[in-house]
Ligand binder design. Structure first.
Ligand code: ZN
Length: 248
């Protein structure tokens, strides 16, 4: 089974369309949250994703934009985007976001969460953050998002390691495959579809092949100028447009 795993789309329809086109045929789609917030196409992204996603977990922006969590703690630019998104979202889209389950959830022996398995809003940035979840995990394989950084961490008896996908930095699709080894535990992040922060502006995603036991990290270019234009025309903060091309 080939599973397309996405996270942090953030209302970026152009990036989502590029990912869906590049990923090709797959048996299932799992979404790790932050469907909306920052980008200028929240309703369109919900409408496109909703019938495709077999599994979802909620992100912090999904909670705040649908009104089930407070805006407190968001920086001024993120908060401005939340206010705008709340005004734009249809009642139906708001309701769907509100109903998304909290992670972690377990699917086919794999764990899915937005932030950390121990706290859905926690950022796993380094091995210190990954340590307890790796020790405590009941599943060998956990997928998380939230940091917008593609890659992750692993553990096998007596040692830990980082998973750092190597991509060709060019305006074309590229892929990097990790072979899953028995006896190891993995915490893996597909990266962000709609607002990458690892200095590579291209949309990020993962394909999990549970027969070949591989996880392939992908990057695909998309029409970033169109996404930027939509943000500017929507009256959203200019920085949210600028950062897309900077990949941070
Ligand atoms: Zn996010």
């Amino acid at each position: 089974m080939r599973t397309l795993i996405l996270s942090d789309i953030h209302g970026n329809l152009e990036a989502l369309e590029a990912v869906l086109a590049d990923a090709g045929a797959h048996d299932a789609l799992w979404n790790l949250g932050d469907v909306v917030g920052y980008g200028a196409s929240p309703n369109e992204v919900v409408a496109r994703l909703r019938p495709l996603a077999a599994q979802n977990v909620r992100g912090n922006h999904d909670k705040v934009c649908s009104g089930i969590a407070s805006i407190a703690g968001f920086n001024p630019i993120a908060a401005e985007a939340v206010e705008w998104t709340r005004e734009q979202l249809t009642p139906d889209a708001t309701e769907w976001l509100r109903e998304l389950p909290a992670g972690p959830i377990s699917v086919s022996g794999v764990s899915l969460v937005h932030g950390s398995p121990m706290d859905e809003d926690f950022y796993i940035v380094n091995i210190r953050d990954a340590w307890l979840p790796l020790q405590g995990s009941q599943q060998p394989l956990t997928f998380f998002g939230h940091t917008h950084l593609q890659g992750g961490f692993g553990w096998e008896e007596g040692r830990w390691f980082e998973v750092q996908p190597r991509h060709v930095r060019a305006a074309e699709p590229s892929a990097w495959t990790l072979q899953l080894e028995p006896g190891r535990r993995y915490l893996l992040n597909p990266g962000s579809v709609g607002q990458p922060r690892d200095m590579d502006w291209r949309a990020a995603y993962i394909i999990l092949d549970d027969v070949a036991k591989t996880v392939t990290f992908h990057r695909v270019p998309y029409d970033v100028e169109l996404a930027q234009g939509r943000i500017l025309l929507a009256g959203l903060p200019e920085k949210l447009a600028k950062r897309l091309k900077e990949g941070r």
